[in-house]
Design a protein around this ligand. Structure first.
Ligand SMILES: NC(=O)c1ccc[n+]([C@@H]2O[C@H](COP(=O)([O-])OP(=O)(O)OC[C@H]3O[C@@H](n4cnc5c(N)ncnc54)[C@H](OP(=O)(O)O)[C@@H]3O)[C@@H](O)[C@H]2O)c1
Length: 344
């Protein structure tokens, strides 16, 4: 089969090679001896792949290996006890191996893909949307009617969080940095949009009638203290990521004084050992797809042989600090939406 491998750790521009290798066995490291074999039509391009080209991600397979965390395509074969069968359209999280004609995922991380979504959208469904649901519901305890403020509202996690929050019946406020991102955030379901370089904390308090119930924060950095100040009593802030470049610190007396909470959300670490929770989250996300709330925002699409360009696009939206090179401003703006690698 055709595949792209990471062959050395020199970064996205040079670490990838297109190869012809045998198809994988129907077995996944999380479910040894078993796995759903998928004929891949599209593969998502995420931060892990970019970091792996420099050996900086926590999953560090031996070289060479096929990277890629999530795919969409048709089931070629499924374990006997699976509710999936040959020919089903699916979205799957394989963790590795997505940049290839054929990939294998655990049954509990493979979900029927609704006709409402194309394969490119399906390949952007699991990491972002499952994280969004996990952050809002399992960690943030969001209730219908509450107001949630979403940082990085035009990003992958941001748009997913806005869409899922609307599906859950919440009121949404997005924080973004430009007109173009405001448009993307509104399309994703932001009821209100405020600017990260403006008086967003005061605006959020005013728009929510005294303070928001929940903040979802994939950005971190300097704005964290203002996020805490934007909460109402009993408000919660869920820490999801640090695209802003630095990891904020909290003076915990603020939590005591205002009866607020800071909560961590690490999707993979929590859910990968809990098959039933994955199925629960997958069913909820699929319901929101069918109800029209969830529509993944797809950015540029690349053929397999241009996978390194797709990784370059993803890398340029990474703060350099993520590549352990000191904190610097972002290199350039990239268009919203996750890049995809097209296999068929
Ligand atoms: N906890 C988990 O389980 C989990 C799961 C998946 C991803 N994540 C993490 O979540 C974070 C967000 O991922 P994503 O896919 O949403 O990223 P993304 O699509 O690149 O969006 C990130 C957003 O961050 C904002 N941002 C603020 N300062 C920035 C800076 N200096 N450089 C770049 N962006 C900056 C940008 O919005 P504005 O320009 O509007 O400010 C941008 O739209 C990442 O750190 C990722 O590793 C965590």
């Amino acid at each position: 089969m055709r595949a792209v491998q990471i062959v050395d750790l020199t970064g996205p521009e040079s670490a990838l090679a297109e190869v012809d290798i045998p198809e994988p066995e129907p077995s996944h490291p999380l479910t040894p001896g078993e796995g759903v074999v998928v004929d891949v039509h599209a593969a998502g391009v995420s931060f892990p792949e970019v970091l792996q080209t420099r050996g900086l991600y926590q999953i560090k397979p031996e070289l060479p290996f096929v990277p890629g965390s999530e795919v969409a395509g048709f089931v070629r074969s499924a374990p006997e006890a699976s509710r999936l069968s040959e020919g089903d359209r699916v979205a799957a999280c394989c963790l590795l191996g997505a940049f290839a004609d054929v990939a294998v995922a655990p049954d509990f991380l493979t979900f029927p893909l609704s006709d409402e979504l194309d394969f490119a959208q399906g390949a952007g469904l699991i990491l972002n949307y499952h994280t969004a649901y996990f952050s809002l519901v399992n960690r943030g305890r969001l209730r219908e009617g509450e107001t949630v403020l979403v940082h990085g509202g035009a990003g992958g996690i941001g748009t997913a969080t806005l869409q899922v929050a609307k599906g859950l019946g919440a009121r949404t406020i997005a924080v973004v940095s430009s007109d173009e991102k405001e448009r993307v955030a509104r399309e994703a379901g932001a009821d209100e949009v405020v600017r990260s370089d403006g008086a967003w904390k005061d605006q959020a308090k005013e728009l929510s009638g005294g303070g928001v119930d929940l903040v979802i924060d994939p950005v971190g950095g300097d704005r964290f203290t203002d996020s805490l100040r934007s909460l109402r009593e009993s408000g919660r802030i869920v820490v999801v990521g640090f695209t802003g470049g630095s990891i904020p610190e909290v003076k915990v007396n603020r939590l005591l004084l205002n009866n607020t909470a800071v909560i961590g959300a690490g999707w993979g670490g929590f859910v990968l050992s809990k098959p039933d929770l994955n199925r629960e989250i997958g069913a909820a996300v699929n319901r929101f797809v069918q109800e029209g709330f969830v529509r993944p925002v797809v950015g540029e699409r690349f053929p397999l042989e241009r996978a390194s360009e797709a990784l370059e696009v993803r890398r340029s939206s990474l703060t350099i600090s993520r590549l352990r090179d000191g904190v610097r401003p972002r290199e350039r703006e990239v268009p919203p939406g996750a890049p995809m690698v097209r296999l068929r």
